[in-house]
Design a binder for this molecule. Structure first.
Ligand SMILES: Cc1cc2nc3c(=O)[nH]c(=O)nc-3n(C[C@H](O)[C@H](O)[C@H](O)COP(=O)(O)OP(=O)(O)OC[C@H]3O[C@@H](n4cnc5c(N)ncnc54)[C@H](O)[C@@H]3O)c2cc1C
Length: 535
């Protein structure tokens, strides 16, 4: 049976006036963090939205677009990283930017936290409800509002699926360049929030390089526009700040994105290696040679086997230790020369064979297989831990070796498929999430992998974001002072911490009642700090 939940009133400083914001935090602490804790607590964790607030939200978006039934809410309890599960208090599905703003105002008045959600393909637990947050499901804001070929831009709503922009503009010779492997499902709103990358971001740049402006509903309900139709506006780069803010600065309700001309010619090669080290060295040498491929992806043996055993089979050889997919594009003249040079580098590094896709159908088949690698791993076991880290490319051989050793020490198999040209690793571990011992070993191995990557000068995420999953790793690269400054920046957009609480910045202070991160509410808590004895 779901529990009735009281949300804090605006006058949070007064303990006598009713439930405070801290009560709200305390009420939310039974929410599960990870799958193992969920096993113990599921059944008593769902909270309900105050009925008068729910009624006001229904008046804004319509009866059927506010979900409060337990069964419906469970659909939103995780993103694609299913190890984290947090069922929301309610889900609201607005149909316009105006509805988003009006609904945010209602929640802000009631001091109820909320979090935006796109397609839920995120791999860091970013779109999950913490502290009893109401989820804003943005799927109905899925219109391409304008395509301006003259200025090479498209204006879209945040729920537009990434690949739909390229599909809508292909006949005119354009595409939207950032291409996450999830591009057939993920949304532009999610891409902006995560500053998503993709295979072709090596040459074309990440999401941030392709966004001209974003209309944002701030956590107060006000609407602002960041950026504009032209590039490099004066003043602080607030647009750059917003892109990658993981839904903690506000809700994107409209974006103007750049359109990129389709290349005149493309050549895609598949290079086969009998050792991961040879493939890794090849990556470094290609970049060191001054060649900038459009994409440079690596798949190891475990990944290849998962793909070839699935319906996504791409005709990859299964007896190799690693494959590189190398794509070059641009003007037709000169492309053969670059391909010859790439082939030479591969062969010098002991490639067994290098072949070029003979036609567009074969090229697309290679990419379809590569982009569905995570999906193929879904067959291997009930759960998949997808990790994301960056390292200097020159460290690829030693880091990959060590990653296999770490997995081996924990009795796990790791499969690597990643944007090698960017040094953006994705070690994946398949496991049975119903087995607490396996969950524990996966977490230990993930911890060691993150520490390894930071030790060699890398970072804890390349493109999937910090979200909930990486929050504890932030301290591997940032001091408390660094994190404090980040919180100051967040406060400028999100002063009460109502928008996507519990994400990105680790707990600076921990509530003694709940042992749960309260830093999102620190402004309100500061006033109560002494009496509440936060440690
Ligand atoms: C098979 C697979 C392959 C993937 N490949 C890649 C890849 O190659 N590159 C890559 O970068 N990622 C990849 N991802 C991760 C994921 O697809 C991206 O992070 C994507 O941008 C998430 O988009 P989404 O619409 O699903 O967002 P969600 O998962 O719903 O949300 C992600 C974050 O965005 C915020 N958010 C969503 N909408 C808005 C909005 N309108 N305003 C403000 N914040 C918002 C959420 O609060 C959350 O913090 C992959 C995932 C899968 C499952």
């Amino acid at each position: 049976m779901a529990q009735e939940r009281s949300h804090a009133k605006p006058d949070v400083g007064s303990r006598a006036a009713g439930p405070t914001l801290l009560d709200s935090v305390k009420n939310s602490v039974s929410e599960p963090h990870t799958q193992d804790s969920r096993l113990q607590t599921q059944g008593s964790v769902l909270q309900t939205l105050d009925s008068s607030v729910a009624e006001r939200l229904r008046r804004i978006v319509g009866e059927k677009f506010v979900l409060t039934d337990r069964d419906e809410l469970l659909v939103f309890e995780s993103d694609a990283l299913t190890i984290h599960k947090c069922p929301p208090t309610a889900v609201i599905i607005p149909g316009s930017a105006e509805e988003v703003a009006a609904a945010v105002k209602v929640l802000a008045e009631a001091k109820i936290p909320f979090a935006p959600r796109g397609a839920g393909t995120g791999l860091s637990g970013g779109a999950l409800s913490r502290s009893g947050a109401v989820i804003f499901e943005m799927a109905r804001l899925n219109r391409i509002l304008e395509i301006d070929y003259e200025n090479r831009t498209a204006t879209v709503e945040p729920g537009v699926i990434n690949v739909h922009i390229s599909q809508a503009t292909a006949a005119h010779g354009f595409h939207y360049a950032p291409d996450p492997s999830s591009q057939s499902a993920c949304t532009i709103g999610g891409n902006i929030a995560e500053n998503s990358g993709g295979p072709h971001c090596l040459k074309y740049g990440m999401t941030t390089n392709h966004i001209l402006s974003v209309d944002v509903v701030l956590p107060s309900g006000e609407v602002i526009t960041l950026g504009g139709a032209g590039i490099d506006r004066p003043g602080y780069d607030l647009l750059g700040l917003f892109v990658g803010s993981e839904g903690t600065f506000g809700i994107a309700v409209r974006a103007k994105v750049k359109l990129t001309p389709l290349p005149e010619a493309i050549q895609t090669m598949l290079a086969e290696f009998m050792t991961v080290t040879d493939a890794s060295r090849t990556v470094s040498e290609i970049i060191a040679a001054g060649i900038l491929p459009a994409a440079l992806e690596m798949l190891d043996g475990a990944t290849i086997r998962a793909i070839e055993n699935s319906i996504f089979a791409g005709g990859f050889p299964t007896d190799v230790a690693a494959l590189l997919i190398i794509e070059v594009d641009g003007l037709a003249a000169g492309l053969d020369g670059i391909s010859d040079r790439l082939q030479q580098i591969c062969l010098q590094n002991n490639a067994r064979a290098v072949r070029t896709a003979k036609d567009e159908a074969e090229r697309l088949k290679l990419w379809a297989a590569r982009k569905r690698a995570f999906g193929a791993m879904g067959r291997v076991d009930t759960d998949l831990m997808v990790q994301d880290a960056t390292i200097p490319r020159s460290k690829l051989p030693e880091v990959l070796d060590e990653i296999y050793r770490i997995a081996g020490r924990h009795g796990l198999e790791v499969a690597n498929v990643f944007h090698a040209g960017d040094g953006n690793l994705h070690p994946n571990i398949s496991f049975d999430g119903r087995d607490p011992d396996q969950v524990r070993r996966v977490k230990s191995a993930s911890d060691e992998i993150m520490k390894l990557c930071t030790r060699v000068g890398g970072s804890i995420t390349g493109e999937h974001g910090v979200g909930l999953d990486k929050i504890d790793f932030m301290k591997l690269i940032f001091s408390d002072e660094d994190l404090g400054r980040m919180l100051d920046v967040r406060d400028a957009f999100n002063p009460l911490g109502l928008c996507n609480p519990g994400k990105v910045i680790p707990s600076v202070k921990t509530c003694r009642y709940c042992g749960f991160a309260v830093e999102d509410f620190r402004h309100k808590l500061r006033g109560e700090h002494e009496s509440l004895d936060h440690a």
